[in-house]
Design a protein around this ligand. Structure first.
Ligand SMILES: Nc1ncnc2c1ncn2[C@@H]1O[C@H](COP(=O)(O)OP(=O)(O)OP(=O)(O)O)[C@@H](O)[C@H]1O
Ligand SMILES: [Mg+2]
Length: 466
């Protein structure tokens, strides 16, 4: 995330800046030569001129970012060259080289439009600092000049946008798999859009059918089993009615098994069986239930690695891996960012009842230069922060920068929020188990594999009211 502080990556990403150009006009050959060597070493493209006239000609014909001009030229007065240069190229940024004690001439040079001055003998640090100031000012001015970009506000529910090669491939794959009910495995870091892709596959296949999603990592094994397959009345204490599982609810539609990489080996066996036989029994039942669902597995842990670690069954992996979609992280496809920003601002306008219609170009550059470890979700969060506080219909670069910085900070705190999240998951588990067991604490202990005192402690800790 630190990259966004430097302007260079954004500019380079837009293909705008490769090398800054500096012209040195000085009749002292050795100064010209040593500046040329030094500045070239620093990564600038350097031109030199030994006379005022030659300097003028070169200044008028090349697009120089900085002109360094000696005030004492032998053929003409440097101030005269400066005057003519500013008349010919009004936005030229000129650094004057002046003599140490010649204050009046320096003042005149500044009045004539020089932007900086350095003293003879030239100190490298002084020169560097002057060049940096000039370039910075120019970049800022450019940021203002290039103004802003109009938003399309073309937001549609569950849209999936992107123009990178990787995203175009994914769009193609969605089109192909929508013609059948093939199993699909989607892998990608958190926030890359796996669920959105799963939904898109479903929408393109048969939107009238159900789409059901279940997070396999957030539910303990026993509960997951009855969540997936349902249970019969009286299957266990507290099962006072028959409950349909996700497989039945998703029948003829799509079942998304989210975070499938976290599924226990035990559950993996059961899932494999259903996938092979296309039928299952509800927990506590004997009746065979036929199932016709498209299964989509999603994971942010590369499944092949899980197989290598012995945490995921190889046979199930091959069953799932019929069509494999790998969603690359956002940092590998920065060309998607402007499009995503346009799309997400449309979404946020609607969500927050705002009317943002333009965004400063500089803001898009900043956003595109960021790494986004939390991918599109994090980009959306940063934009949300910026939009909430933005006044008027132009989203400013300053506002975006502040929001990005805060998002970085909250990213640094993600360890503590991860712990908070774990607590929430645990509380959720216990609540689910209590509901599931009809409030029977003994049964809950059994389900969760914890002792009575532990359960009591957790009930107190999470202030669960029964
Ligand atoms: N290509 C995209 N176009 C538009 N919005 C997107 C895109 N990809 C992701 N999003 C949005 O980013 C957010 C995160 O996406 P999603 O929930 O699908 O990610 P995920 O990969 O399932 O993440 P996790 O692994 O954390 O569950 C959602 O709000 C989603 O709408
Ligand atoms: Mg998800």
């Amino acid at each position: 995330m630190s990259k966004h502080q430097a302007a260079a990556p954004a500019a380079a990403w837009l293909g705008e800046k490769v090398m800054r150009k500096i012209l040195v006009i000085d009749d002292d050959k050795s100064i010209c030569e040593s500046l040329r060597l030094y500045l070239a070493e620093e990564g600038y493209e350097v031109g030199t001129a030994l006379t005022g006239d030659e300097g003028l000609k070169r200044a008028e014909t090349g697009a120089w970012d900085v002109v360094i001009l000696d005030i004492f030229l032998s053929d003409v007065d440097g101030l005269d060259i400066l005057r003519r240069l500013k008349a010919a190229v009004p936005d030229a940024s000129v650094i004057m080289i002046t003599a140490f004690h010649d204050m009046p001439t320096t003042v005149r040079a500044m009045k004539l439009g020089a932007v900086e001055y350095i003293h003879k003998p030239i100190e490298i640090d002084e020169l560097d600092a002057a060049i940096q100031r000039v370039l910075k000012r120019k970049a800022e001015a450019r940021g203002k000049d290039r103004g802003s970009i109009a938003l399309t506000n073309r937001f549609q529910e569950r849209g999936l946008v992107g123009k990178s090669r990787a995203m175009k491939e994914i769009f193609k794959t969605i089109g192909v798999v929508s013609q059948s009910k093939t199993t699909v495995l989607i892998e990608g870091e958190s926030g890359t859009g796996k669920e959105l892709i799963a939904r898109a596959i479903h929408e393109h296949t048969d939107p009238a059918r159900p789409f059901i999603s279940i997070n396999c990592s957030a539910i303990v094994e026993t509960l997951l089993e009855s969540e997936l397959f349902g249970h019969e009345k009286g299957a266990f204490t507290g099962a006072s009615y028959r409950k349909l599982g996700k497989f039945e609810l998703a029948n003829s539609g799509t079942l998304l098994l989210d975070e499938i990489g976290d599924m226990s080996l035990n559950m993996q066996v059961k899932l494999l069986r259903v996938m092979q036989e296309r039928e299952f029994e509800r927990v506590g039942g004997r009746e065979k239930v036929r199932t016709d669902v498209r299964i989509i597995g999603a994971t942010n842990k590369p499944l092949q690695e899980r197989v290598a670690q012995g945490a995921f069954r190889e046979d199930l992996y091959y069953r799932l891996n019929v069509i494999h979609i790998v969603v690359p992280p956002l940092r590998e496809r920065p060309e998607d960012i402007p499009l995503l920003v346009d799309y997400l601002l449309g979404k946020l306008n609607r969500e927050l009842q705002k009317k943002i219609s333009r965004i400063q170009t500089r803001a898009v550059e900043l956003l595109a230069a960021c790494d986004w470890p939390g991918n599109i979700r994090q980009l959306e969060n940063a934009l949300r922060r910026a939009v909430v506080r933005n006044q008027g219909d132009l989203l400013t670069a300053d506002g975006v920068e502040d929001a990005m910085q805060e998002t970085v900070k909250s990213g640094a705190q993600s360890r503590s929020s991860a712990i908070k999240l774990l607590d929430e998951v645990e509380k959720e588990h216990i609540l689910n188990a209590l509901k599931f067991a009809g409030g029977n604490r003994g049964r809950v202990c059994e389900l969760l594999g914890i002792s009575r005192p532990t359960l009591q402690r957790k009930i107190r800790k999470y202030q669960i009211r029964l």
